[in-house]
Design a protein around this ligand. Structure first.
Ligand code: SF4
Ligand code: SF4
Length: 197
């Protein structure tokens, strides 16, 4: 009985495999001859993190505000701010900016939090190495990686001002507080006799 079940299972799987093969015979192949051919990455794919620069000045957009380092859940970002602002841009800049790709989770929180369009997750990949120490990317390498990444200003909508609640015409008007009466002086109060001199 057990042998018959095994034979049946083998035949069933063989037929199933053949059906799958014949179903795809007329379809266009979707495999790529990597590395000669590469799949174009999607707009929102989360690959290696890079630093963006202003194409006009060539300088980093980063103002070393530390927000990305604080929001990073795995403490993969290590940066130090310059003591003085850049004389040209009048902004602070990072004298040190390192991302540890051995711990980066490619979560995208740093990009979301940055208010200066300075850090971005790209569709770049193929960064396999033999020595994991080389996965610690420094500022200059991160900037070079981001040089060919399109510079897009994120259009962040301004927070809408809350409209004041409209007054309900059917609701009763709040009563105005009665104005206090001027205190009557004891000399002028009626019905009281003035003390005799
Ligand atoms: S990358 Fe953005 S969030 Fe991070 S320090 Fe620079 S400006 Fe601030
Ligand atoms: S992608 Fe996520 S884990 Fe990686 S550096 Fe940015 S915040 Fe940290």
């Amino acid at each position: 009985m057990r042998a018959a079940r095994q034979v049946w299972s083998g035949v069933y799987n063989l037929v199933l495999g053949l059906v799958t093969v014949f179903k795809h015979l007329g379809h266009k192949a979707i495999t790529l001859q990597y590395p000669d051919e590469r799949m174009p990455m999607f707009e929102r794919s989360r690959g290696v993190v890079v630093l963006l620069s202003d194409p006009e000045t060539g300088k980093l957009n980063c103002t070393a505000c530390m927000v990305c380092a604080r929001i990073c859940p795995v403490y993969a970002i290590d940066l130090e701010r310059s003591e003085e602002p850049d004389p040209e841009t009048k902004k602070r800049y990072p004298v040190k900016f390192e991302i540890d790709n051995t711990t980066c989770a490619f979560c995208g929180l740093c990009e979301e939090a940055c208010n200066f369009d300075a850090i971005k997750l790209t569709g770049k990949y193929e960064f396999s190495v033999y020595d994991q120490k080389t996965l610690l990317y420094d500022r200059d390498f991160l900037q070079e990686l981001g040089r060919d990444v399109p510079y897009e200003k994120k259009k962040k909508p301004l927070p809408k001002a809350k409209a004041a609640p409209k007054a309900d015409p059917t609701s009763p008007k709040p009563e105005e507080p009665a104005s206090p009466k001027p205190e009557e002086s004891p000399e002028e109060s009626p019905g009281e006799d003035k003390p005799e001199a």
